[in-house]
Design a protein around this ligand. Sequence first.
Ligand SMILES: Nc1nc2c(ncn2[C@@H]2O[C@H](COP(=O)(O)OP(=O)(O)O)[C@@H](O)[C@H]2O)c(=O)[nH]1
Ligand SMILES: [Mg+2]
Length: 320
Amino acid sequence: MNQNQEIQKLVDGVLKRNIRFIAKAISFVENLRYENKKDFLQTIFSYTGNAKIIGITGSPGAGKSTITDKLIKAFRNNNKSVAVLAIDPSSPFTKGALLGDRIRMQNHTTDPSVYLRSMASRGALGGLSQATKDAIKVLDAAGFDVIIVETVGVGQSEIDIVKVADCVVLVFAPGFGDEIQAMKAGVMEIADIYVVNKADRDFSQKLFREISNIINLSLKQPKPPILKTIATESFEQSNIENLKDEILRFLSNAKTSNNFDKKRKLSVEYELVETLTSVLINKIMLKKNIKEFFDDKSIDKIYKKELNPYEVIDKIMEAI
Ligand SMILES: Nc1nc2c(ncn2[C@@H]2O[C@H](COP(=O)(O)OP(=O)(O)O)[C@@H](O)[C@H]2O)c(=O)[nH]1
Ligand SMILES: [Mg+2]
């Protein structure tokens, strides 16, 4: 089989929602450089855009995976197919956390309309990597109605999730002490829905009030809802059915107000710029007459103030 046939086979498998091919396609986009996955991405492009993408973010241990497990159930009750991408910031060599996520979501492993996948985050500056965005496209093309992206809310990935998700759920739990930190960092602004999980724990009411106060002060319109959940309770007791309803309400309001399209167009623009940036930089760095600007000697000179970096940039711009 030549390369085109290989790619077509992979695409066909994905479009048929064949789990083996989906797994293969995600590894494909995860491991390859842009030039090598471009043909594949180009072929699936026209099949993407139908899934609802939900971001679940918050501190490690807040209960995101436990909530996701029950959200899967809530969407399955409505006959929606669900794919989950759990983005783990830890090194790909320490699989502990990934295993934990799998265990918390294992209730659905025999359901062909549910697909779970963990990915290591390898994005620049800890943000969502291009691989993650491409994996979302694979799941979208595969026809999943809902794609849940679980990201650990530490820094850039929390902000980044806004660029890919249609609805962002920010999960808090009492006892982390990082609530105020998060608010300071401006992370609060990214949420479309707030969840205070572990509502069975002490101080959850206090946390609920704190977050309510912040929402009331925020200029964001409409005011995001805030829900209390106990993800470890039975489905009926957990309040996750309500969370699903709030997510659907948000998405439907966003559609009517045009915010949905606006947000998606922004993310198209972001990705265009991001892809162009990485393609350009790769192309530039590979040029022979550019390499010398980055060799040890040149870096050492800049370090010793013998060479001015701004001059170097000017020279690079002239050389390309
Ligand atoms: N008491 C209590 N524990 C919970 C609740 N939700 C999750 N947990 C527990 O908190 C721990 C971390 O949950 P997990 O879903 O892995 O958090 P994640 O890191 O945000 O994905 C697990 O031991 C869960 O069983 C809850 O509502 N109440
Ligand atoms: Mg988790």
